[in-house]
Design a binder for this molecule. Structure first.
Ligand code: ADP
Length: 301
């Protein structure tokens, strides 16, 4: 309901803007034709009408962008509320069961495990929101140390295998050079968050069958490339850039039950940029998998 009314508002303002611009162009042209012989007046008229038309167009673009941003804010708040509420509700339920009933040892252990999983999920969401806040501050301090990036990626892969109960063939790791050369100067915690985010996405958007390949390559003396390739839902070409925007989530996905906040890749991009690197996504199209590539500058020692 809300979305359709927004769509109507966008359509209305777009029509109004285009209509006003068209009227301004028509009035301007008519005026130019009528006053053709009076050079200075015509010149000034053209300049003023040009300015008015440009103003109307800018105003319309601004309005529509603001309406869109508002829309994304709303869906972000819904997503975060959901991501916070679901694990809390679930933990509460387990605690109530433990409190009210006599639960045998095996089930009690299982409940503890599930509650821990829920607590982890809560932590990830809170961490993402905090990191997204930090990503907005361009001057935020980076703790820099010199470390082996390939080792860090391997740790992230191992952690993801454990938490998603994946076999090594479903989530593969490859490094194409000896570890000592893949060094970066940077903040290991930030980079770990970025790498984990990309790997988690690859698993999340794979659907039932997870087939993910993580590679660390050294294409030249100055760069390190991390690529995470999955065979999942893929991304339409026109969305490949937008997915790095804050709060942006691709609408009408094949896996519409996959939850998220739209902050992950925004954080990944901010972290890559702070380290002097970049990140981009490639996909042959919907249903054909995705590769996310992060490029970082290499450190000498
Ligand atoms: P989210 O919390 O929604 O996962 P992200 O910022 O991590 O937010 O990703 C933004 C959007 O990009 C996602 O909603 C999803 O539609 C798309 N996306 C990210 N990674 C992948 C992937 N590996 N395969 C397909 N789509 C992806």
């Amino acid at each position: 309901m809300r979305i359709t009314s927004r769509r109507k508002a966008i359509a209305f303002f777009l029509t109004l803007g285009v209509g006003l611009a068209a009227v301004a162009v028509a009035v301007g042209m008519g005026w130019v034709i009528l006053n053709w012989r009076e050079g200075v007046k015509v010149f000034l008229g053209v300049v003023f009408f040009g300015a008015i038309i440009a103003g109307i167009i800018l105003n319309t673009i601004f309005l529509i962008r603001e309406i869109r941003r508002n829309e994304q804010h709303d869906s972000f708040i819904n997503a975060v509320t959901h991501e916070l509420k679901t694990p809390i509700t679930s933990i509460r339920l387990y605690l109530q069961t433990l409190q009210r009933r006599d639960v045998d040892e095996a089930r009690r252990k299982e409940f503890y495990r599930l509650m821990l999983d829920d607590a982890d999920r809560l932590l990830v969401t809170v961490d993402q929101v905090l990191r997204a806040g930090k990503a907005g501050h361009k001057r935020a301090e980076l703790l820099r140390s010199n470390f082996d990036f390939a080792d860090l990626v391997q740790d992230c892969v191992t952690a993801a295998r454990t938490s998603h109960h994946l076999e090594p063939e479903s989530l593969r790791f490859e490094r194409t050079a000896n570890g000592s050369a893949a060094r970066v100067l940077g903040d290991p915690e930030e980079l770990r968050a970025a790498v984990s985010n990309v790997i988690e996405n690859a698993i999340k958007y794979s659907g039932e069958k997870v087939d993910v390949a993580v590679r660390v390559e050294l294409p030249d003396d100055e760069h390190i490339l991390l690529s995470v390739r999955d065979q999942g839902v893929g991304i339409p070409t026109h969305e490949l850039k937008r997915i790095f925007k804050r709060f942006y989530r691709v609408p009408n996905r094949a896996l519409s039950n996959v939850k998220g906040t739209g902050l992950g890749l925004f954080i990944v991009r901010a972290i890559a940029k702070k380290h002097g690197g970049r990140v981009f996504a490639e996909s042959p199209g919907e249903g054909h998998g995705t590769t996310v590539v992060m490029e970082l500058p290499r450190s000498a020692v």
